[in-house]
Design a protein around this ligand. Structure first.
Ligand code: BTN
Length: 256
């Protein structure tokens, strides 16, 4: 584990990063509304694939289902990356980002990181990060939020989420986790672009599989066992009557 106080600057993030695409250009802002909006505007301006925006604070960070995502000063990673996937690649961006985040966390804090379908990042079964992918024409904006040194007790608005430092019991370097995240994303993106599959590595981290779950999409709620994910990452859930349901999106709650 590295020291906690390494400061995020565009230069420190990008220096000798060694990536081919992801993080080819890194912009840093002290405060933005949401890195998703900054990245979307940049994508429309024609920035290169892999262009990334990192912010210390987000005043209106957002999560899935339109939820608020809290990014207080000095303690979180908030990053959005512009990519331009083809049809085959598009559905794998969210798994790619979640897998990259899990690997980066594991490498930096030395604790196993798992995933809750589709893209919540967990340490010790508690959520420490999440992924939001938004399409904009041919571009996709891949947003990743990780609670690094956030004190969960001081931020009740994170709704039960934890942080890397809370789970590791020591401060964690945002810079080290962020750089590793961009490197892992780059490696996976290059593989995906070559036509390789990354689904098996993502699925291997899904602690959702084999569990009793409740899946909610809009007003529909299905209770059953999460059996598998398919060739596009959809979740397959078998209910008590034996019927199999397929979800491309949804909110999963574990039923222990
Ligand atoms: C979720 O778990 O609901 C997804 C959270 C995604 C948060 C990140 S932080 C960087 C980017 N900017 C945002 O406003 N959201 C994403």
């Amino acid at each position: 584990m590295k020291t906690a106080m390494s400061e995020l600057t565009a230069d420190a993030i990008a220096r000798d990063l060694g990536t081919e695409v992801v993080g080819c250009v890194v912009e840093y802002r002290a405060e933005v509304a949401s890195t998703m909006d900054v990245a979307r505007a940049a994508a429309r301006d024609g920035v290169a694939d892999g262009w990334a925006i990192v912010a210390d604070v987000q005043t209106t960070g957002r999560g899935r289902f339109g939820r608020r995502w809290v990014t207080p000063p000095g303690v979180s990673i908030a990053v959005s990356v512009v990519l331009r996937p083809n049809e085959r690649e598009r559905c794998w961006l969210s798994p790619l980002a979640a897998l990259a985040a899990a690997r980066a966390i594991e490498a930096e804090i030395g604790l196993p990181a798992a995933l809750k379908w589709p893209n919540d990042v967990l340490v010790n079964d508690r959520k420490v990060g999440g992924v939001l992918v938004e399409a904009d024409g041919d571009s996709a904006i891949v947003g990743i939020g990780i609670n690094v040194n956030l004190d969960p007790a001081a931020h009740v608005e994170t709704a039960g989420a934890s942080s890397l430092s809370a789970e590791a019991g020591a401060p964690v370097s945002r810079l080290a986790v962020l750089r590793r995240l961009l490197q892992e994303m780059d490696g996976l993106w290059l593989r995906l672009r070559r036509g390789d599959a990354i689904g098996a590595e993502w699925a291997a981290r899904l602690q959702t599989l084999g569990q009793a779950v409740e899946v909610k999409t809009g007003s529909v709620v299905v209770v059953g066992v999460a059996e598998a994910v398919d060739e596009v990452g959809a979740l397959l859930v078998r209910d008590a009557t034996g019927h199999r349901h397929r979800f491309l999106a949804g909110e999963v709650t574990m039923r222990r």
